[in-house]
Design a protein around this ligand. Structure first.
Ligand SMILES: Cc1cc2nc3c(=O)[nH]c(=O)nc-3n(C[C@H](O)[C@H](O)[C@H](O)COP(=O)(O)OP(=O)(O)OC[C@H]3O[C@@H](n4cnc5c(N)ncnc54)[C@H](O)[C@@H]3O)c2cc1C
Length: 544
């Protein structure tokens, strides 16, 4: 069962290792504990539903609570404190495209706001209902989860969009194929959500980002169904797929998607190399990307993330072994860990590993023959569970990400890290911030920063601390010409920055498109951009 106020499956638990707890206490101070709200208390705060009743709609308070918030830090603060200011009035689980069509008709006839919901793993406030006069209905697409067709010759599958990551792999793999989209939220995120947020999986270097993997499909909108054929390529004007990618539930409901599938690779390996500093590691990673060495993933941690990852891994024996080996090899003190993956035929994998090791050695890197790469692979979807236990130890954790050209990326990452580290000095709080380069391209790379600070007994203060940090980091990223998001999307949290990033003419054009598909602003209002006058007014009130 999914946790109602945290990440993941209730049966999975990632305890904070003792060494890591000691490190956090020493770095940012002992965690501040305050009890979480009890679910019974939160359920009692769910107001009466305002929806025009329909047999298919559940107005059960538990259903409404489970669909009220996503996974951003403000969402966590609301859920854990029980101060959830707006609940949806009901939840509906369509099973067919026809059900989705009927839902849109219902929303239009009754003036109901409709929020498409994949699995609620959004980290930027994509699915939160806003308080207001109009009733809000969440459309949980989890029952739209079937394989519709699979063409092994063209390597195209058509799949219903509510399918979750593991279920998608489970329907493709018996046919000898994989989709290969593995975000860290893989367990609890959906195909439709990936498309609607322009997601990127951990092995995007091999399988592509979602925009490379999404070929077409069907989207139910108020004016009618959009059907997009999976053309291998087309010069017939602008590509409508790009209106759907990143549409964040505002244009319509994606009911099925045609996707590019790949034969299950014959072989796969995840390996590690240590470097003496981040700049050297980044130089190696850039050379790998620009020389088109066919790795499937690269993750280069900075010095602090390297140390923290080893401490948080909970594998004290392996860490001690690694420490001894590193010290013996002259890697005392600071070091940066590169984890890379190679995917494909055995031959390709062996050659890729050999070529990466060669470049690494030329830059005085230290390849690690033991477990670290394999350990990363084994725990890749498990590490987010640490967020639950860190919270329970009194710490709040959030992440942010952007992408920049190679020429700037390391400098800006360091600057943003430093802004976060010092961001709560006036409040006399310390922040632990660490970074890695995650997705790499020929011309640049994305960096991903995790930051941890102590909670406050007052949830409003924890939220205020988050706003201070997030806003300082976001302004710094934009000032350097970075995008407000490489993979998490816009939602509510990044919406105020979109005009600065994309410019007023683009935002104006996007607004016109949204209004064409949804003149009354019924589909997921308040996310991405303010389209209707009412949304503009709501944003102004919120900012004031
Ligand atoms: C622990 C953790 C790790 C993460 N790691 C990654 C990562 O590695 N890479 C990455 O890219 N992201 C990551 N994310 C962010 C998140 O998982 C992605 O944004 C994901 O794509 C959201 O999918 P979802 O199905 O949960 O969508 P939801 O959160 O339910 O919805 C997100 C948005 O998509 C819209 N939407 C969903 N389904 C549809 C549909 N069928 N039709 C129209 N609109 C729809 C919603 O209206 C909403 O605006 C992570 C999140 C967490 C909590």
């Amino acid at each position: 069962m999914k946790r109602w106020n945290g990440w993941g499956d209730t049966t999975k638990h990632f305890p904070v290792p003792e060494s890591a707890a000691a490190y956090l206490t020493q770095t940012i101070g002992p965690g501040i504990l305050s009890p979480d709200a009890k679910i019974e208390m939160v359920l009692r705060s769910v107001p009466a539903s305002r929806l025009v009743p329909l047999p298919a709609i559940s107005s059960d308070p538990l259903d409404r609570l489970l669909h009220a918030r996503g996974q951003s830090l403000p969402d966590w603060i609301a859920l854990r404190s029980g101060a959830i200011h707006a609940f949806p009035d009901g939840v509906v689980y369509p099973e067919t495209s026809q059900d989705v069509r009927s839902l849109l008709d219902y929303a239009m006839e009754t003036g109901t706001v409709l929020i498409p919901y994949g699995a609620g793993s959004s980290v930027v406030g994509h699915i939160n209902p806003a308080a207001g006069d109009r009733p809000v209905l969440v459309s949980d697409l989890g029952k739209l989860n079937h394989l519709v067709s699979l063409d092994p010759i063209s390597r195209i599958a058509v799949v219903e969009a509510g399918i979750l990551g593991p279920d998608l792999e489970a329907v493709l793999q018996p046919h000898g194929f994989t989709f290969g989209h593995f975000p860290q939220s893989f367990e609890f995120s959906s195909l439709g959500g990936w498309i609607a947020t322009r997601s990127s999986g951990q092995q995007s270097y091999y399988y592509g980002r979602i925009e490379d993997q999404f070929l077409g499909g069907e989207v139910e909108t108020f004016p009618g169904k959009i059907s997009i054929s999976p053309y291998p390529a087309s010069a017939a004007g602008p590509d409508i797929k790009h209106l759907i990618l990143g549409s964040e539930g505002r244009i319509g409901i994606i009911t099925r998607a045609a996707i590019r599938i790949h034969p299950i690779p014959e072989s796969e390996a995840f390996k590690a190399i240590f470097f003496r500093d981040w700049d050297t590691g980044a130089e190696v990673v850039r050379r790998i990307a620009q020389n088109r060495i066919p790795v499937s993933m690269l993750r280069l941690s900075d010095e602090i993330e390297t140390q923290t990852t080893l401490l948080l891994s909970g594998k004290d024996r392996i860490v001690r072994y690694a420490e001894r080996g590193l010290n013996a090899a002259g890697y005392k003190g600071q070091r940066c860990l590169l984890i890379f993956g190679a995917t494909g035929s055995s031959n390709t994998v062996n050659q890729t590993v050999r070529r990466v090791y060669e470049i690494g050695l030329r830059h005085r890197g230290l390849p690690v023959p033991f477990m670290i790469g394999r350990l990363w692979q084994k725990t890749r979807f498990f590490t987010p569970y640490l967020r639950n236990t860190l919270w329970e130890c009194g710490y709040a954790l959030d992440t942010l990400e952007t992408v920049l050209p190679w020429e700037k990326v390391i400098r800006v990452a360091r600057e943003v890290r430093s802004i976060l580290e010092h961001g709560l000095e006036e409040q006399h709080e310390r922040v632990l911030a660490f970074a890695h380069l995650s997705h790499v391209y020929q011309v640049g790379a994305s960096f991903y920063i995790t930051y941890i600070f102590r909670r406050s007994p007052d949830p409003e203060l924890t939220l205020a601390h988050w706003i201070t940090l997030k806003s300082a980091a976001s302004h710094a990223i934009l000032a350097e010409g970075g995008t407000i998001s490489h993979q998490h999307g816009v939602g509510m949290d990044h919406s105020p920055y979109l005009t600065q990033e994309r410019g007023a003419p683009f935002v104006h054009a996007l607004r016109s498109a949204l209004l064409t598909f949804d003149p009354q602003g019924l589909l997921n209002p308040g996310k991405l951009i303010a389209a209707t006058d009412k949304e503009v007014c709501d944003v102004e009130t919120r900012m004031a």
